[in-house]
Ligand binder design. Sequence first.
Ligand SMILES: [Zn+2]
Length: 92
Amino acid sequence: MTHFASTAAQLDACRRCAMPILVALDEGIVVRVDLLPLASIGAQVEALAAGIPTYARLHDGQLAYRCSTRLSDPRMTERVHARHACTTRRTA
Ligand SMILES: [Zn+2]
């Protein structure tokens, strides 16, 4: 059975907009999320409705994708972060 690596989130800065973000591997995929967690369940719903993936920051610091079967998992209802989406365009 193959296991893909997951790592604890590390503080970083977005290369394009310089905003502070968290970066981690989630099952072998690089994930970049906003540093601040979503403030409420309403904000989580808004993110999902807008098509923005959300990730839970687990107790070991790893970021876990909140697919539809994980939304009610009690380990994934706190410290929910939205995938980072740049709002600043890169200048040439
Ligand atoms: Zn950015």
